[in-house]
Design a protein. Structure first.
Length: 307
């Protein structure tokens, strides 16, 4: 069923191809480690792992910084629903998720992240849905902790749209960013990072995408801050076309590409790094920065020149 392992913490199931990944749904409480980049071309319409009402994923998935690419689904993320105990780390997703169905909760990585922990994950996934609650990394986030992660795809939906998360409820989110454009088709909430925050905290995060469409609450970073705390957040007022201060401080593109703008952020340990090239000059998570720096060092000049 898998490429190795027994599914326990000391000996996780080894996920080396698309079929291995599909079979994760057969052991929702187990430990998994991805061992290779995975091409999802063979699955033209992926069904997410984990369903609501007793079939949620509660295991541990470690992507080991390998990528999952050529991913397509009309149902949303690689994972559907999570519950207590779910841990996702070091996952990289490249693909497109498109639907015309009127379903709710779409995310590049997870559709509905409840009681989950997510670290060092990134999803570059474009989502277009006639449903509601859609985000680049996760659709709906509740009672979860997310750090050092990003959503980079373009998102368009009928309501509750955000570049990182569709909606955030009593969650703790820190050191994350969204780089995709967001568009809302009809009235609800929309923001470059999330449509709304209700409880919990969002700290030291940013967004850069254009925010378009007509909504009840329309923000460069967050459409509506109902409750909770939002501190040390920023968004690009030039690219977003917004100037509100809901949950974040608007900055020009030049300011967003200046380290001094982010006075409370950790560039010393560091969590964040900046240069003029990687991530288009915007703050970059160190793990993601190092991943590509090390890759170019390994492959050498020949590959870069097409040799």
């Amino acid at each position: 069923m898998y490429s190795g392992g027994s599914g326990i913490e000391a000996d996780p199931y080894l996920i080396s191809n698309a079929l291995d990944l599909y079979n994760v749904r057969s052991n929702l409480t187990s430990y998994f480690t991805q061992t290779n980049d995975i091409d999802m071309t063979s699955y033209t319409d992926w069904t997410p792992i984990g369903v609501d009402n007793g079939g949620e994923f509660t295991g541990v998935f470690d992507g080991n910084y390998h990528k999952i690419f050529n991913y397509k689904s009309s149902y949303g993320g690689i994972f559907g629903y999570t519950q207590t105990g779910a841990l996702f780390q070091k996952i990289r997703i490249l693909g497109a998720s498109t639907t015309t169905a009127e379903r709710s909760n779409y995310g590049g990585l997870i559709n509905y992240a409840e009681n989950a922990t997510i670290n060092d994950c990134i999803a570059t996934v474009n989502i277009t849905t006639h449903g509601q609650v859609a985000g680049g990394l996760c659709g709906y986030i509740e009672s979860s902790t997310i750090t050092k992660s990003a959503g980079k795809g373009n998102i368009s939906s009928y309501g509750s749209v955000g570049g990182f998360a569709g909606a955030i409820v009593t969650a703790t989110i820190s050191n994350c960013y969204a780089r995709g454009n967001v568009n809302i088709v009809t009235a609800d909430y929309v923001g470059g990072f999330t449509s709304q925050i209700s409880g919990g905290s969002v700290t030291k995060c940013y967004s850069t995408g254009a925010v378009t469409g007509t909504a009840d609450s329309n923000g460069g970073f967050c459409g509506r801050l109902w409750s909770g705390t939002a501190t040390g957040n920023h968004y690009d007022s030039t690219t977003s076309g917004k100037s509100d201060t809901t949950a974040a401080t608007p900055q020009t593109t030049e300011e967003m590409k200046t380290q001094g703008t982010f006075t409370t952020w950790d560039f010393a340990t560091p969590i964040w790094l900046m240069d003029d090239i990687k991530n288009d000059g915007y703050p970059n998570l160190k793990w993601y920065y190092d991943l590509f720096s090390n890759r170019f060092q390994r492959i050498g000049l020949g590959v870069r020149l097409g040799l």
